[in-house]
Design a protein around this ligand. Structure first.
Ligand code: SAH
Length: 535
């Protein structure tokens, strides 16, 4: 089970570790985009027993540490940060608690050793006899400029790059030798510089840097919320203030910041600046969410339906009856997973399906079947919906009378549509319904943050992947006292029944050209491109 512990947990008596400690890995989480963690970092996270993480770490990465104990030592608004000495202690405490053979991941934003105080943490671990490993990360100092279209060095513009802290020392002064930096002449990247932007720019100007030197401030780099303010050194601080730039942000100063507007690839992504709500069940939202994020969107996940597998013994008993059917029909990847579960619960393996033909409603279901049971689907309709699956199955099963028992097992949701069984009935094909899983609409209350965004009209689009997601969305919003179609009018739907449900609920709909997540993502691009220039 996941367990979230407060960083303020009582201290353990200080003292040397006496062996029996877990390894602590200081892992760089990258600059914000969860895709920018290293392979090694991800691998360690996935098998961590405990994760101690910071504020700037992408939540998706913390989620990877399934089953671990999570300790948040990040600064939270309005409360005090956990002091560094306490973080150091927590690392030693966790290493002892987890014990020998275990793994504690200390997940830090960007690179652990670049202004991350990772060095101090490693020294503390060493002093207490705790073994550690360091997994470098992609630093925001280079990644935020990259996503903003700024190469930090370039033969045309800069032969060196200097990464500088804009953080004040204890006495309030900046620890920056402006003269030396101007003299060195390369690209300058300032971190922790939002509060001191004006002083930094004034310092560079006073040390002789030309007022028209190109500069840029990149806020929340590599995330969907990335913003870039560009201008000359002399005006960049004022411009940033006007744009209300907040931390985290980097300041880049040097000719590279004005090199070539064409390099701003991230700003040209088709869903850049758009916010999209994904209503799929939590465990199946990742694929769509990732695709939309790669197209530049800010993605909010709010599951409007959850699916629950039937009891293992019921699934196992259905699997034992499969041999009496010539065909088995699967209508979702989740159905394929439930089938695999039933096979295992029955103490069998893929051979339970020997002699049975399997029809899958679409390629994702077929892929899940292959992944779960190493079985290839015998039939996938050309159009991925119940009507086409029903028509194809009716044709195939009816044509096989005599050679095969033409009975079909429908292994699907207890709320499955009547379209599929009707097609079989009309063709005179016998079938058996197995309620392999059930769906529950509106399983969670709407988070306050989402209600606010809906009220403010800052969500551009909602995606519905089934009629039940439409129903769940309406139910959840009604319970929260909001009008679903008033708050957000644009929807992208998967399949015609979903569209019909969304239209009935008052949404303006675009339909995916086929029932796959890439097609749904394309439809989002179309839906939002169409809206350009609309009121
Ligand atoms: N170790 C981190 C830096 C930690 S200091 C790294 O390698 O990236 C924190 C500072 O990093 C912030 O004040 C900001 O200047 C910068 N920073 C972190 N994430 C950022 C992001 N997504 N976009 C812009 N700057 C970021």
């Amino acid at each position: 089970m996941d367990e979230t512990r407060s960083a303020g947990a009582p201290r353990e008596a200080a003292g040397e570790a006496r062996g029996g400690c877990a390894l602590v890995a200081l892992v760089g989480a990258g600059p914000g985009d969860p895709g920018l963690i290293t392979v090694r970092g991800r691998e360690l996270l996935c098998r961590a027993d405990a994760v101690v993480y910071d504020r700037l770490v992408a939540p998706e990465l913390v989620e990877l540490a399934v089953g671990s104990c999570r300790v948040d030592v990040g600064k939270r608004q309005g409360s005090h940060p956990v002091p560094q000495h306490r973080i150091n202690e927590i690392l030693v405490e966790e290493a002892r608690r987890v014990g020998a053979g275990g793994l504690v991941v200390r997940l830090k934003g960007g690179d652990p050793y670049l202004f991350g105080r990772g060095g101090e943490e490693a020294s503390h671990l060493a002093q207490h006899g705790v073994s550690f490993e360091v997994v470098p990360g992609v630093t925001s100092a280079f990644a935020a400029p990259s996503y903003a279209g700024i190469p930090v060095t370039d033969r045309r513009a800069a032969a060196s790059v200097h990464v500088v802290t804009g953080h004040r020392q204890q006495n309030g002064a900046l620890d920056i030798d402006f003269g030396a930096l101007v003299q060195a002449g390369g690209t300058l990247v300032f971190l922790m510089a939002v509060a001191t932007l004006g002083e930094i720019c004034a310092g560079l100007l006073a040390a002789g840097m030309p007022a028209d030197t190109p500069a840029a401030v990149v806020e929340q780099g590599t995330t969907a919320r990335q913003r870039t303010v560009r201008g000359a050194l002399a005006g960049i601080a004022r411009k940033s203030r006007q744009a209300n730039v907040q931390s985290p942000a980097v300041l880049v100063v040097g000719a590279v910041a004005g090199l070539d507007p064409e390099l701003a690839w991230y700003d040209r992504l088709p869903l850049r600046g758009k916010t999209i709500l994904v209503t799929r069940p939590r465990d199946r939202a990742a694929d769509l969410a990732e695709k939309l994020a790669r197209l530049g969107a800010e993605v909010l996940c709010f599951p409007c339906v959850e699916t629950y597998a039937a009891a293992d013994e019921d699934l196992a008993s259905a699997v034992r009856r499969i041999g009496s059917c010539g065909w088995l029909a699967l209508t979702s990847p989740f159905g394929a997973r439930c089938l695999a579960r039933g096979v295992r619960a029955a103490g069998l393996d893929a051979r339970a399906l020997a002699g049975v033909r399997v029809a899958a409603i679409g390629p994702a279901t077929a892929a899940a079947l292959e992944r779960e049971l190493f079985v290839r689907a015998d039939y996938v309709p050309e159009v991925y919906d119940s009507a086409h699956l029903g028509a194809g199955l009716a044709r195939l099963a009816a044509g096989e009378k005599g050679s095969f028992p033409a009975r079909v097992m429908l292994f699907r949701s207890s709320e499955g549509s009547s379209v599929l069984p009707r097609a079989l009935e009309e063709a005179g094909v016998a079938y058996e319904e197995v309620e392999a899983y059930r769906s529950v609409t509106a399983p969670e209350p709407v988070p306050a943050e989402l209600v606010e965004k809906l009220a403010a009209g800052t969500i551009d689009l909602v995606t519905f992947t089934s009629a039940s997601t439409v129903k769940g969305f309406a139910q959840a919003l009604t319970a929260a006292g909001a009008d679903p179609a008033h708050a957000l009018r644009k929807a992208v739907c998967l399949g015609l029944p979903t569209r019909a449900a969304a239209e009935a609920a008052g949404f303006m709909c675009t339909t995916a050209s086929a029932a796959t997540m890439p097609d749904l993502a394309d439809a989002c691009v179309r839906a939002l491109a169409d809206s350009k220039g609309e009121q």
